[in-house]
Design a binder for this molecule. Structure first.
Ligand SMILES: [Zn+2]
Ligand SMILES: [Zn+2]
Length: 137
């Protein structure tokens, strides 16, 4: 059986599969996402944690945003690829970074958020709605 969504880190030590549709999809342009990914933004999908089947064990790095919210970023301890996210404000929800998908066209962003922090060389789709700050506010 083929899952709706599947993906893995660069070395393959961590992989996942998901059989439901995401609760949310959007591109986060905040500075923490830029710094932790080394790129312009993180393409984020949110799923209920129980619907994501993970093989391998991600290591989580915790940071707190300006508003005090805790964001835990899950990455492969071997190759460093960032795959997952957990938020203290959203218990039971797992973020999945769409760059790790086996099929990149499975990701359809609905929103650009934290666009106030976007880098000047970060070119966004004019078709997507923009939020200055957090996606949910
Ligand atoms: Zn890896
Ligand atoms: Zn972010």
């Amino acid at each position: 059986m083929v899952s709706k969504y599947s993906g893995r880190c660069l070395c393959g030590e961590i992989s996942y599969s998901i059989d439901v549709e995401p609760l949310f999809t959007g591109n986060c342009h905040c500075k923490d996402c830029q710094r932790s990914s080394g790129s312009a933004f993180i393409p984020a999908m949110l799923f209920s944690e129980e619907s994501v089947s993970v093989r391998g064990e991600a290591k989580y790095f915790e940071s707190s945003a300006d508003n005090g919210n805790i964001h835990r970023r899950g990455f492969c301890p071997n190759c460093g690829s960032q795959l997952f996210a957990k938020f203290n404000t959203m218990p039971g929800v797992l973020g999945v970074k769409a760059g790790t998908l086996d099929n990149p066209s499975g990701y359809v962003p609905k929103l650009d958020f934290y666009v106030a922090s976007a880098a000047p060389w970060d070119h966004m789709s004019p078709q997507l709605p923009k939020k200055i700050g957090a996606a949910q506010s």
